[in-house]
Design a protein around this ligand. Structure first.
Ligand SMILES: Cc1cc2nc3c(=O)[nH]c(=O)nc-3n(C[C@H](O)[C@H](O)[C@H](O)COP(=O)(O)OP(=O)(O)OC[C@H]3O[C@@H](n4cnc5c(N)ncnc54)[C@H](O)[C@@H]3O)c2cc1C
Length: 660
């Protein structure tokens, strides 16, 4: 039977192929087709349009990676549901000091952290004297929760039925799965989790695997008054973030269903001609890079949470990665967003690299925090894997000199992929978190220290440190290294070598585990990030540090820790992280003191010219300050949009402007 048309490999000239296809030439049989499996084939029933499309497709090198089958529950089993990270990794305080368990993190895992206990003791003397204060309480429904569940039973049963009927989704109602879908990683949320003292827990969690099931679910929710809360990696809230996922009281009048998107996680296609890829919303950062890497391409968006955070979560929170200088912030590299609103309507844009065709709804999804609908997939801009990655580190006599160095680099036109600057306290924290030094390092460390203090005259309690990641071609990296070295030299910088720079970045992924361990001993830590202009930077850092210590003094908190780092540079300013730690006698009783200091520190940042957030979003934590950022007319616009795209308030989780 003659029903296949071979063209392509034999005749490379596009026009000739087209002509032949149009004339219906070289029609061949199945045997021929099987013999030449590497040849592209097309059915003779195709129209001319199909043929042209097919020929163009050949040119665009479109790859369709196989669908990823992802077992969400198995993945969740690997995760610590009572705090941060994987179950196989944790920090504990042993007789001889801290120990980092597991084997996941290069140079840190399965190692003692010999200096860390000493460091904690200088900050909070005798911090472990009282032993473990926050013992993890079993995660099972409290009497109050059981009573609540009982009173909601009939509405929940009815919702379960409709979700199953209309969206063909089997909702999970296990207590632990529900709890896990009802919070992020902000410290007060972890506190609630450890003590099993949640106020509001979702009634069910669904794990859609197809686009259609998400649309059907929304239509069912609309008809049966069910609240939907989109959920990605659940990392928003972490050592800082914004409590986007916390369920407010007003939601509990209705049935609450968490829509965990992590099973919808494939790369749908990769277009290597136009350097784009289409990624489903539930793909985590690490999985996305793994998948793209198979085809020698990459995305490059790398937030510190990239092991768990997802494509949909990044867009929804307007995330920023540590290598943003090379790969951009999330909004720079997402070309289109496909999302479905509260009416069940899908919106998307064509994939042009740029257009000037008016406002579009896809832009609205950046920073939407689950308020408008569910992000299904994104078309992203991809790049080839870098030829080379290299690291570097520099120390400066003090933070002010370090900032001058950063400013100079920002005025050049060739920035390394990542450039960070830590103040002295943050630098010492990082040093204390290091595993034991190799014999060689142990030998040369005192020599380096001698050169640093005696020859260069650095004060170890004043100096600041910068870590650098270079990515790109050898020529680009060589140029960037020259620029960094020139700028650093101007401000008395001394090279700390590439291995220190590399260690600095490796530690980034491990350091989140320490918070949970310290919390057990009553030390509560938090990080607040913001944007600030170059002009306001020094004033803000000095002012906020001073006010933090003053407010602790007023409350009689003598032992405390405060540090900061500049994590991103822009031509116009920087992103700053302020981290603080406080010992609380009774964390359960004193959580309010902690929350009060957190709030006042944020106010202090605003007063000195910092923004409400650079990338963690608003959620519920910062919602009370929203009027500092938006005026009423802007809020009105957003409220009108919300009532159009979600008239029944299905996405009622209330973040940012929409917080109650
Ligand atoms: C240790 C740690 C380090 C971090 N480092 C960084 C960092 O370097 N840079 C940075 O930007 N952030 C960082 N964060 C914050 C957090 O990882 C980001 O906010 C991240 O973008 C959240 O993604 P997620 O998939 O975990 O979303 P989630 O936490 O699950 O959800 C966050 C919000 O997005 C909404 N949402 C999620 N998926 C969808 C979807 N498909 N459609 C619509 N709405 C959705 C949710 O409803 C919620 O409002 C860090 C957090 C932690 C704990």
């Amino acid at each position: 039977m003659l029903w296949f048309l071979p063209i392509g490999t034999f005749l490379r000239k596009y026009e000739i192929k087209l002509e032949m296809a149009m004339c219906g030439w070289n029609v061949c049989d199945v045997a021929t087709r099987e013999k030449f499996t590497s040849i592209d084939w097309i059915s003779p029933s195709s129209t001319l349009k199909d043929t042209i499309e097919w020929l163009n497709k050949g040119k665009t090198k479109l790859i369709h990676p196989p669908k990823r089958s992802f077992d969400v529950i198995a993945f969740k089993n690997k995760m610590n549901l009572r705090g941060w990270g994987y179950t196989d990794s944790r920090v504990s305080l042993e007789k001889n000091g801290f120990f980092f368990h597991g084997d996941r993190y290069v140079n840190v895992s399965n190692n003692p952290l010999p200096k860390f206990k000493g460091f904690c003791n200088t900050m909070v003397p005798g911090f472990d004297d009282k032993g473990v204060r926050n013992v993890v309480v079993d995660l099972k429904p409290t009497d109050e929760q059981t009573r609540r569940d009982e009173s909601r039973k009939s509405i929940v049963q009815s919702a379960l039925y409709h979700v199953q009927q209309h969206a063909d989704l089997e909702a999970n109602t296990d207590y632990i799965v529900r709890v896990n879908g009802s919070h992020g990683q902000e410290l007060t949320e972890i506190h609630t989790n450890i003590h099993n003292s949640f106020n509001n827990i979702a009634d069910m969690v669904v794990f859609p695997e197809t686009r259609q099931s998400v649309v059907d679910l929304i239509i069912a929710a609309r008809s049966h008054d069910i609240i939907l809360i989109p959920f990605g990696g659940g990392t928003n809230g972490g050592t800082n973030v914004s409590r986007c996922l916390e369920i407010p009281d007003h939601c509990m009048d209705r049935v609450v269903c968490v829509v965990n998107m992590t099973a919808y996680c494939s790369v749908e296609w990769i277009d290597k001609t136009n350097m784009m890829a289409c990624v489903q919303a539930g793909a985590t950062g690490d999985d996305l890079e793994l998948e793209l890497g198979k085809y020698n391409v990459m995305f490059g968006h790398q937030p510190d949470s990239c092991e768990f955070s997802t494509m949909g979560g990044w867009v929804s929170t307007n995330a920023s990665g540590m290598k943003k200088n090379r790969y951009g912030n999330i909004e720079d590299n997402v070309i289109s967003v496909e999302w479905v609103d509260g009416n069940g309507n899908i919106s998307t844009n064509k994939n042009y690299q740029r257009t000037a065709i008016g406002p579009n709804s896809a832009k609205m999804m950046f920073g939407s925090e689950g308020n408008f609908g569910i992000i299904l997939s994104c078309v992203i801009s991809i790049g080839n894997l870098p030829e080379k990655t290299d690291y570097d580190s520099w120390v400066f006599p003090n933070m002010k000199k370090g900032i001058q160095f950063m400013k100079d680099v920002s005025e050049t036109d060739s920035w390394p992929a990542s450039l960070r600057l830590m103040n002295n306290e943050q630098f010492r924290l990082g040093q204390a978190f290091k595993p034991p030094a190799s014999k060689f390092k142990a030998l040369i460390d005192p020599i380096l220290k001698f050169v640093l203090t005696r020859v260069k005259g650095f004060d170890l309690m004043e100096m600041a440190a910068s870590t650098v990641v270079y990515e790109g071609s050898k020529e680009q990296i060589a140029l960037q290294k020259r620029i960094i070295s020139r700028c650093a030299g101007k401000y008395g910088g001394m090279s700390g070598g590439s291995s220190s720079g590399k260690d600095g970045y490796n530690v980034t992924f491990a350091i989140a585990y320490i918070r949970d361990c310290l919390y057990k001993y009553g030390i509560m830590g938090e990080t607040i990030e913001c944007s600030v202009s170059w002009r306001d930077l020094n004033g803000m850092l000095d002012g906020v540090t001073r006010e933090f210590h003053d407010m602790c003094d007023k409350r009689g908190i003598t032992d405390r820790f405060f540090c900061y780092r500049v994590s991103q540079i822009y031509k116009e300013g920087v992103c700053v992280y302020c981290t603080f730690g406080l010992p609380l006698d009774d964390t359960k009783r004193d959580i309010g003191i902690f929350a009060g200091i957190e709030r006042e520190t944020r106010l202090s940042i605003l007063r000195y010219g910092g923004s409400l957030s650079h990338h963690h979003g608003i959620g519920k934590l910062r919602a009370e300050f929203i009027h500092d950022e938006f005026d009423e007319s802007e809020i009105d616009v957003m409220t009108s949009i919300k009532s159009t795209v979600d008239p029944k308030n299905i996405f009622a989780n209330g973040n940012g402007i929409f917080a109650a």
